[in-house]
Write a protein that binds this ligand. Structure first.
Ligand code: PFF
Length: 474
């Protein structure tokens, strides 16, 4: 259905459950499965995990509710929703640019997120081929030395034609759903893929619990050692909480705009944040038992998923099958997130230029393909191209890392900071209160968090993110 105008007759979620699944689909993604375990590994395990949970509850959840309520009130693409709330509050419509920045960030994240999604597709192909030759019960890559399995990853990311083609494939799959509209495509992908995702995640976790190093995993993830809670660790936790909940890119404003008036936003936001956090924790409980049981060290970064895990799958019965199921699960999570990322700029193009949805989505995809090609090549042919290398924050970074750092350290925290200031201080209180679904002590507490804690914490993230030296590191 073409969504050319906001207001009545607009496409939207067919039910509250559909919205919840789509929002969880947006939140649960590579951030939970790749970044969370890697960040926990790199930042002292339990100290990071506990502080992360605190950040989700005290900072993430209030901003998530703020974003969805602006969207639901505006019932339009994110900038238009901000404008409506500002106008009705008697404030400057320039506030719409907070969402314009979000739309821009979502576009940038989309462009590199699909590159990573493409890598996941490659591993699905590798494990599928291995399964055919190994059979259902065997460990993965039998008789292949570990060094060769490990070398697959650098060889793949250095191969320009392969990474560009994979990126295009992932973008086109994403486009195929977003072009069909909210109820016809975006919702469908979430309603089918998210339950399948949960089944796979639980099944692999249970498998890991039987043969894996469970005690070691619990000790690793949940032993709280206060001395490990440094400024850097706290910062990594807050940044991860925001990325994981898809905040600061107007994504939840966009999804909130398709929500009906009868939905209680506070309760729904709590379910979304709870599910996202549960998936991150279960992802840890899924990955580490297998890694530890294989006698491996959980290295940080992308190596955990693309090198350590494939090696671990070499050591376990059914490794080939579990490996394939694992990467299919990751692809599902990534797809429901890339769909959300593509919807943000697409909804804006539709509203702003009054274009039909398929054309608008095509334009966004073409733009993301161009930028994504630069990211895809930045791990190979273009590895010496450092677009913002003259700035200390981006020194030595290729296009992909530059975009990741620029969005997660600068534009996303700015977007979230301005959103909390807008909802806490600028928007009409009665308007906000009529949308948020809170009352009594919880309402007072939420106000306190949005007005004070979120802006202060986000300002701190921004300063330390941009000037790491403030914490005495680097
Ligand atoms: N939350 C997603 C993840 O954890 O992978 C990433 C993301 C999706 C960020 C959608 C922003 C967004 F709008």
């Amino acid at each position: 259905m073409a969504l050319t105008q906001s207001g009545s007759g607009r496409d939207g979620w067919s039910s509250r459950t559909a919205f919840i699944l789509a929002a969880i689909g947006s939140a649960v993604g590579l951030g939970n499965l790749v970044r969370f375990p890697a960040e926990a590994g790199a930042n002292g395990g339990g100290a990071f995990v506990l502080f992360y949970i605190l950040c989700i509850v005290l900072i993430g959840l209030p901003v998530l509710l703020s974003e969805t309520l602006i969207g639901r009130h505006g019932q339009a693409a994110a900038p238009e929703s901000f404008r409506k709330v500002a106008e009705q509050s008697g404030k400057s419509t320039a506030w719409e640019h907070v969402a314009s920045l979000g739309v821009f960030s979502a576009f940038l994240v989309l462009s590199f997120y699909c590159v990573l999604g493409g890598w996941v597709l490659y591993y699905i192909g590798i494990f599928a081929a291995d399964l055919v030759s190994t059979g259902l019960t065997g460990p993965a890559f039998q008789g292949v030395p570990f060094a060769e399995v490990e070398a697959l990853f650098p060889a793949m990311i250095a191969n320009g034609p392969v990474t560009v083609a994979l990126n295009m494939a992932f973008l086109i799959i994403t486009l195929a759903f977003v072009a069909r509209g909210v109820s016809g495509g975006i919702e469908k992908v979430a309603v089918y893929l998210m339950p399948t995702f949960f089944v796979l995640l639980i099944a692999i976790t249970i498998y890991g619990f039987f043969g894996g190093a469970v005690a070691e995993t619990f000790a690793y993830l949940f032993t709280f050692e206060p001395e490990k809670l440094t400024g850097e660790v706290m910062l990594a936790a807050v940044g991860q909480a925001f990325f994981s909940l898809s905040l600061g890119v107007a994504g939840m404003v966009t999804y909130g705009a398709y929500v009906g008036r009868n939905v209680n936003l506070a309760g729904t936001s709590a379910i979304i944040a709870g599910a996202d956090t549960a998936v991150a924790l279960i992802a840890g409980l899924c990955i580490f038992p297998i890694v530890f049981a294989a006698g491996l060290e959980p290295n940080g970064g992308l190596g955990l998923m693309f090198q350590t895990l494939p090696h671990a799958f070499q050591e376990i019965p059914f490794g080939s099958l579990i490996g394939l199921a694992f990467f299919i699960m990751v692809a599902f999570a990534a797809l429901t997130s890339s769909v959300a990322l593509m919807e943000v700029p697409s909804a804006w193009v539709i509203d702003r230029f009054k274009l039909h949805r398929p054309l608008a989505v095509g334009i966004v995809t073409a733009g993301a393909a161009v930028l994504g090609t630069l990211s895809a090549l930045s791990t190979g042919m273009l590895s010496d191209f450092h677009p913002l290398g003259f700035l200390p924050l981006f020194e030595e970074m290729g296009v992909l890392d530059t975009l990741d750092t620029f969005t997660s350290k600068i534009t996303m925290p700015i977007g979230a900071l301005l959103t909390s200031i807008f909802v806490g201080w600028v928007a009409n209180k009665r308007l906000v209160d009529s949308e948020n679904g809170l009352s009594g002590g919880l309402h007072v507490f939420w106000r306190f968090l949005v007005c004070w804690l979120c802006p202060l914490a986000l300002t701190a993230i921004l300063i330390v993110g941009i000037f790491p030296g403030v914490l005495g590191g680097e």
